[in-house]
Design a protein around this ligand. Structure first.
Ligand code: C2E
Ligand code: CA
Ligand code: CA
Length: 575
């Protein structure tokens, strides 16, 4: 009887997963066994237990969509049929009365009826449970259990509606963990996840019950606050959140280290036409908080939006600028402060924008850096500068050229190849090329940067530290890099006129250069008294509007030709 009922249940069915087959077989066997026991005079409860197990299992299989409901029903009916056949055969073999056989068959039918009805009930309740779970998953973040973007937007929409109706305040706070990527990269994704769960608990702890906290993904959280919670202003909430971040964190991946975490928060206060607008403004303000140095909050203002739109349109135009040949170089001379002769020029990038006219580097170099375009544009600058300087040198002017280099360019070995390529193409003497690298660029990624600079230095190229004095490099750091020149930042020179300490500072910086046998160059010299002070302090060279503004190539040539006579005059005046 067992073999037959199992065989039946296997007959011509749809393709079902192996574990479903196992359940079917197990139930089929158990039901047959229970029936045999009952016919042999066993207790009815055992049969009932077996049948409950049958409909629950079937119900779950169907509700979890592992097996279709009709497939499970068919199994039960087939089981009934095969049991019926077996009973009828055994009845003839054993000479059981027709009445007894009828009763047994009716019993089987009842079992199946009950199983089917219960199974449907089970199916319904299971399905409701699954639907609830699916609904939760669709609106919540699995890592932290917080409302996700969809739900928090919905909450914000409701808050906006209430604020419009009752004229009460509403705000969104957009929170972004600072440097989360580097935490993830150094400690691994599990540690990153642990940190996010940790932070979630903390944020939750400092919020009021009426504030809605959600996770937008990655390391971005949002708080929607309204009415009473905002009575003391959204700044207070932001401060509490920042404080919550600032407590050190210990992660199981590295229990010995205490991580100090900070975040940047953007606040959008007041009614907007949609929840999306509210969050977007908070996001823009958050971005501003990052730019202002992180670990702070910034309140959204309308002109931020204009600035963002402006940047976006510039960014789009920048993508085309190289191809459209909109970049060009100007050159600002540098002079030897001992004999006042020109020593070289610094190449400075300009962008001739089709509508805006000439754009200065401070307005587009940061964008080039953020988008990574600076790598390609930087390659162009190097090539163009070497080409032009080679031409001047061929014409008999013994001048050097300096090229500014961004941090991003130094991030790959490709840069070394670019320098070599430009030198080779224009057969340019490497000793006449100086790369200007800011102090802050040197201080990041120090190992790889030191290695790349050493390779470049090996080619014979000179290295200068730009904006020197504004970063935090120590003597120990300086000695790690093959530095040829310190370019003392313009701000020190312009401060000279304002306060007497300025002179002491410059003195110190110049002495530092002397002690390390590194050439010193002062930039931004605008006044005669600045020049005479620098000369008496024995600064090696200088650059600034006093000598020349950045010039186009033709003007540089004229400058170089006419310099000799001028230099003498200036030298006399300077003394
Ligand atoms: P920087 O390297 O410090 O360049 C000197 C800047 O100071 C230039 O501004 C120059 O015009 C200005 N300057 C020179 N002498 C004086 C002076 O006497 N008084 C005043 N007030 N300013 C003076 P510019 O050309 O606008 O360049 C700004 C910055 O843009 C540069 O600062 C440099 O960091 C960056 N930059 C320029 N060209 C390139 C480039 O090709 N690549 C990269 N990566 N950065 C560049
Ligand atoms: Ca420079
Ligand atoms: Ca500079």
């Amino acid at each position: 009887m067992r073999a037959r009922t199992v065989a039946r249940s296997r007959e011509a069915g749809s393709q079902l997963p192996a574990e479903v087959w196992e359940s079917f077989e197990a139930i089929s066997l158990a039901s047959t066994a229970a029936l045999a026991l009952w016919m042999a005079g066993g207790r009815p409860e055992e049969g009932r237990n077996t049948s409950r197990k049958a409909f629950e299992t079937y119900g779950q299989l169907a509700a979890q969509r592992i097996a279709p409901l009709n497939e499970v029903s068919k199994r039960s009916l087939r089981w009934r049929d095969s049991v019926g056949e077996v009973l009828a055969e055994s009845a003839t073999d054993l000479g059981v009365s027709t009445g007894a056989l009828q009763r047994a068959l009716a019993m089987v039918q009842r079992t199946v009826d009950v199983t089917l009805v219960r199974m449907c009930e089970c199916f319904e309740s299971e399905r409701r449970k699954t639907d609830d779970e699916l609904a939760f998953m669709a609106t919540h973040d699995t890592l932290t259990g917080l409302p996700n973007r969809t739900l928090i937007l919905d909450r914000a929409e409701q808050a906006l509606a209430r604020a419009r109706r009752h004229k009460t305040p509403v705000a969104a706070l957009f929170i972004d963990v600072d440097n989360f990527k580097s935490i993830n990269d150094t400690l691994g994704h599990d540690a990153g996840d642990e940190l996010l769960r940790h932070l979630t608990a903390r944020l939750d702890g400092v919020l009021r019950a009426t504030d809605a906290l959600g996770r937008l993904g990655g390391d971005e959280f949002v708080v929607v606050a309204e009415d009473i919670s905002l009575q003391a202003g959204p700044e207070l909430i932001a401060e509490r959140l920042l404080q919550a971040f600032n407590q050190p964190v210990k992660l199981s991946a590295s229990p010995a280290t205490q991580l100090s975490i900070t975040a940047s928060i953007g606040i959008a206060l007041g009614v907007r036409s949609s929840a999306e607008d509210l969050l977007r403004d908070a996001d823009i303000a958050m971005y501003q908080a990052k730019r202002e140095g992180k670990d702070r909050f910034v309140l959204f203002e309308t002109d931020m939006q204009d600035a963002v739109r402006d940047r976006m349109s510039l960014e789009i135009d920048l993508q085309e600028a190289l191809r459209n040949q909109e970049f060009f170089l100007v050159y600002q001379p540098t002079v030897d402060l001992r004999d006042m002769r020109p020593t070289g020029v610094e190449a400075l990038l300009r962008w001739n924008h089709p509508r805006r006219g000439v754009v200065l580097p401070d307005d587009f170099i940061p964008l080039l850096e953020e988008t990574g375009l600076v790598v390609k544009v930087g390659e162009w600058v190097l090539d163009q500068a070497c080409r032009q300087a080679a031409e001047w040198r061929e014409a008999g002017h013994h001048i050097a050229i300096a090229v500014n280099v961004s941090a991003r360019q130094l991030d790959t070995d490709e840069f070394v190849m670019q320098v070599k390529g430009a030198l080779d193409r224009h057969r340019f003497d490497p000793r006449a090329l100086t790369l200007e690298i800011t102090e802050t660029t040197l201080m990041r990624n120090t190992d790889a940067t030191a290695r790349r600079l050493a390779t470049i230095k090996g080619l014979g190229v000179r290295i200068a530290i730009d904006d020197f004095g504004t970063g935090y490099s120590s003597l120990a750091h300086l000695q790690r890099f093959p530095v040829d020149a310190l370019k003392i930042d313009r701000s020190f020179i312009s401060r000279l006129s304002e306060n007497p300490e300025g002179e002491t500072l410059i003195h110190t910086l110049l002495q530092l250069g002397k002690a390390l046998s590194i050439e010193t160059l002062a930039e931004g010299i605008e006044q005669e008294h600045e020049l005479s002070m620098l000369r008496s302090e024995q600064c090696d060279s200088g650059q600034g509007f006093l000598f020349a503004r950045p010039l186009d190539a033709d003007a540089v040539e004229m400058f170089l030709q006419s310099w000799d006579g001028q230099a003498v005059g200036r030298e006399n005046r300077a003394r």
